[in-house]
Design a protein around this ligand. Sequence first.
Ligand SMILES: C[S@@+](CC[C@H](N)C(=O)[O-])C[C@H]1O[C@@H](n2cnc3c(N)ncnc32)[C@H](O)[C@@H]1O
Length: 246
Amino acid sequence: MHNRLDQRNTKRAAPCRAVLTSIPLIIQATGHLSPRMQNQPRYLELADHIGACFDKFGDSYRGVDWWTEQDAHARYKVMLDLAEQRAGERPTLLDLGCGCGHLLDYIRSQDIAWIRYRGADVLPKFVEHCRAKFPGIAFDCVDILRDPTYDPNVDFVAMNGVFTLKLSMTQDDMFAFFESMLVRAFAIARRGIAFNVMSDHVDRRRDIHFHVPFDRLATFITRRLGRRFVIRHDFLPYEYAVYVLK
Ligand SMILES: C[S@@+](CC[C@H](N)C(=O)[O-])C[C@H]1O[C@@H](n2cnc3c(N)ncnc32)[C@H](O)[C@@H]1O
């Protein structure tokens, strides 16, 4: 998993080197945050971190900061399960925070033909990479919090790995980002959204991870999004996925 707790053996847990080196080094080297980091919203630190992993490891599960390919595939399956209930309609799915487009790689490797995929990411380098890798597939470079007009016209929105790290953000700042993203993604989706976060029911935690208590999330969802939601804590031990449906 995301340079966080190893999903299978916590003794192997180690943060991705990019976490330990790239961000502190930028601050250490300059003595202050670079102008880009000063002017950008705090939550873009999360994408910048994944971008640093991509620079280091390239188009691979490590390049989007997942710990094992097997676990990454388990997540892709869970994200697709959101839309499978509508398979007969060939639903459209926006992979928001698509990284290298590994969800589409997975879809193709499994010969899944019932989903119509579109990708989006806030980092231009991922979008450029995906456009070159998947000719003919739409990829948008967008920050949905800063572009209120963005409307990709999709049935479902999946956000896989966008909310599992918080890095140096405070828990309050991370909740503010997370909740704003959920509201906006839910408004974009015609039928529903899926996302994953770190479980609060773990035997070990690191400050860089975003652990979300079920109750807090359920309270937010019922107040702001609705009462049709599913919590899945069945696919990997240290995280869970949520579907919110219209
Ligand atoms: C851990 S990677 C996961 C990539 C992909 N979903 C996967 O599982 O293979 C998280 C991705 O979310 C993107 N991201 C982070 N913050 C974002 C934001 N505010 N809007 C859109 N994408 C974002 C990052 O650039 C990165 O590509």
